[in-house]
Ligand binder design. Structure first.
Ligand SMILES: [Fe+2]
Length: 162
């Protein structure tokens, strides 16, 4: 039987893997996006994601664990599905598909960070709780940006192809 502390550390490694995978997926999504605002949102979130990995390094250090990723099947599945859509969709449909993929990823992350920060609190890891809450807020903001783009994207012509 695993303890909450072990499950916490495992889930931390799982999200670390997911964030690292995203630093590879987001540049592809930014390149694929036609809408300039969507492109900018992906590029901004790439910077934010790199910062989140640094914050996760601090979370690991604060709980006395070496920072490391462990293969996360959930994010692999979401990104694989996204890659399939990117190959099949074009124009506005592609932008809509990209927003859909990104929001699925954000919702996954929001679920994970929401859980992780509560476990950190439960386990008495105050610094980890604080850092994970900060990341959670960034993910919620990123999701809200995507929702805004999703709502207005149908009214915006895609940026001219480079
Ligand atoms: Fe993230």
């Amino acid at each position: 039987m695993k303890t909450l502390s072990e499950i916490f550390k495992h889930t931390l490694k799982d999200i670390y893997y997911a964030e690292t995978a995203l630093t590879k997926a987001l540049p592809k999504m930014a390149t694929a996006a036609g809408n300039a605002d969507l492109k900018a949102a992906f590029t901004h979130h790439l910077d934010e994601t790199r910062g989140q990995i640094k914050m996760l390094d601090k979370v690991f250090a604060s709980v006395g664990e070496k920072a490391a990723g462990e293969k996360c099947d959930a994010i692999e599945g979401l990104l694989k599905e996204g890659e399939g859509l990117m190959k099949e969709a074009t124009g506005l449909a592609l932008d809509a598909a990209l927003i859909g993929i990104a929001q699925a990823v954000e919702h996954y992350e929001i679920a994970r960070y929401g859980t992780l920060r509560e476990w950190a609190k439960e386990l008495g890891h105050a610094e980890a709780h604080d850092l994970l809450s900060q990341i959670l807020d960034q993910e919620k903001a990123a999701n809200a940006t995507l929702t805004g783009l999703a709502v207005k994207t149908v009214n915006i012509a895609p940026a001219k192809a480079a």
